[in-house]
Every structure is written in structure tokens, then in C-alpha cells.
Design a protein around this ligand. Structure first.
Ligand SMILES: Cc1cc2nc3c(=O)[nH]c(=O)nc-3n(C[C@H](O)[C@H](O)[C@H](O)COP(=O)(O)O)c2cc1C
Length: 225
């Protein structure tokens, strides 16, 4: 059965504009999908959702990168990170909802990325060829919201390095089939409901294509079984 991992990067739950749109998208995919699929949600702001990635884990990563043995505490940190990566890697497709925070992504999303973006897991490295993404054949929908910023707004109203960073990261790990949909501005907007409806319509359209890709993934799994 194909599977979707939904990564919720907003802590606002029932008040979250991006989460509401992610649910709209997932329900639209469910309505359009020829087969059922597994859905898992990772609420990044839940207590204990992610292990720390600090001194020991960073040393564990550099040991891998430079071909050294890991110490026992580095092995333990590496295994904790690996469990987060395994959840990521086992999905066929992803739905991300990402509010813009201080012109970037919320820090827990960066923490998740720092945990799972490891050599030999999500990317490879060759001293002559450079980096290569290992997460091939996956599909992603990324929903971006911002309260004030929207494309074309004067510089005094802020910047968006969040969606550009995130698009670059998806590409870095090899998820080339990614669609980005924006709902903005969500606060400084005299027609916020109209803007929301436009985003919902775009998501409904995108859901049809996404459902088709999940169907193709299911057929591929059947053929390989
Ligand atoms: C900590 C924090 C930082 C924010 N920084 C920005 C920002 O830099 N630019 C912007 O346009 N909106 C900013 N906002 C507003 C949110 O991006 C906006 O309200 C968004 O719709 C929230 O999505 P959510 O309801 O899914 O959490 C910020 C909100 C918070 C809580």
C-alpha cells in the first residue's frame, strides 16, 4: 500500500492556516485516489517528536563523513537519528505544511532536516562529482503560508528564504517531483478568505495529479512483490 508522510511544521494546530490546507489537500487526495493509502502525521512541535542533534550527533556525523569509528554515545545518537530517517524514507510521498517564521522555516523543521540529511542515507557525496540525492522516485507537496510576505511585496514587508531553502533541500535529497503552493498573506490581507479559496482550488487540482502518482506507486509495489 502506498504511504504518505504528512509533516506538520506549525504549532498552531486548530488555528493553523497551513495545517488546514494540508488537511484539505490530503482529503482531496483521498477522494481522488484509486487505492487506499497509509497516512502518517509527524507533528514536529509535539514534545519529544525529535531527538536533539547537538554535540554528540554532530561528531557522529563527522565520523561517518571522514571514515572514522563512532564512540558508543555517538552510535546511540546516530541510531536515534536513523529512526527519524527511516520514517522519512519509508514513505512514497510527502505533504509538508510550513509557516514562514522570521523569513525562514520554523526551527523544528530545520532540526528535522538536520537529523535526516546524512551521508549514505538521504544523499551521497563524491569528491569529484559532488553531492547526489538518494531519495529518488518520491513525490512532495509543500504548502507555504506567511502573514505579511507574498511574492512581489516591497522589501520593507519582509523576505522569504523559507520556501526557497525548502525547495533547494528537497532537490538536494533527490525529491525532484515537488509542487509548492502558497497561501499568503494570511494576516495583512483584506480578502483573506478569497486568497484561501484560491489556494484550496490549486490544492484540489494538484491532488488529482498526486493521487495518480500514488496509484502508480501502488502498481509498482504490486509488480515488485
Ligand atoms: C514566530 C513567528 C514568526 C513569523 N514570521 C513571519 C515572517 O517573517 N513573515 C511573515 O510574513 N509572517 C510571519 N509570521 C506569520 C506566519 O507566517 C503566518 O501567520 C502563517 O499563516 C502561520 O501559519 P500557521 O497558521 O499554519 O501556523 C510569523 C509567525 C510566527 C508565529
Amino acid at each position: 500500500m502506498p504511504s504518505i508522510l504528512h509533516v506538520n511544521a506549525s504549532p498552531r494546530y486548530s488555528n493553523s492556516d497551513s495545517l488546514q490546507l494540508a488537511r484539505h489537500f490530503i482529503e482531496s487526495v483521498q477522494a481522488a485516489a484509486p487505492e487506499t493509502f497509509e497516512l502518517e502525521t509527524l507533528n514536529l512541535f509535539d514534545d519529544g517528536a525529535l531527538p536533539a542533534f547537538g554535540r554528540i550527533a554532530a561528531a557522529a556525523k563527522m565520523a561517518v563523513f571522514t571514515g572514522q569509528d563512532q564512540t558508543p554515545d555517538q552510535v546511540a545518537a546516530w541510531e536515534s537519528a536513523r529512526a527519524v530517517f527511516d520514517q522519512f524514507a519509508s514513505a512514497d510521498a510527502y505533504v509538508f505544511n510550513i509557516p514562514l517564521w522570521n523569513s525562514g522555516v520554523p526551527y523544528v523543521l530545520k532540526q528535522w532536516i538536520d537529523i535526516i540529511t546524512q551521508p549514505g542515507w538521504s544523499f551521497g557525496f563524491d569528491p569529484e562529482q559532488g553531492y547526489s540525492g538518494l531519495m529518488e522516485g518520491k513525490h512532495a507537496m509543500a504548502i507555504h503560508t506567511s502573514g505579511v510576505y507574498y511574492p512581489g511585496v516591497p522589501a520593507a514587508f519582509g523576505s522569504d528564504f523559507g520556501s526557497t531553502f525548502f525547495a533547494d533541500w528537497l532537490n538536494f535529497v533527490g525529491i525532484e517531483d515537488a509542487v509548492h503552493i502558497r497561501f499568503a498573506p494570511t494576516v495583512l490581507n483584506s480578502n483573506v478568505e478569497g486568497t484561501r479559496r484560491l489556494a484550496e482550488a490549486d490544492l484540489s487540482d494538484a491532488a488529482l495529479l498526486f493521487a495518480g502518482k500514488l496509484g502508480a506507486a501502488a502498481k509498482l509495489q504490486l509488480a515488485n512483490d
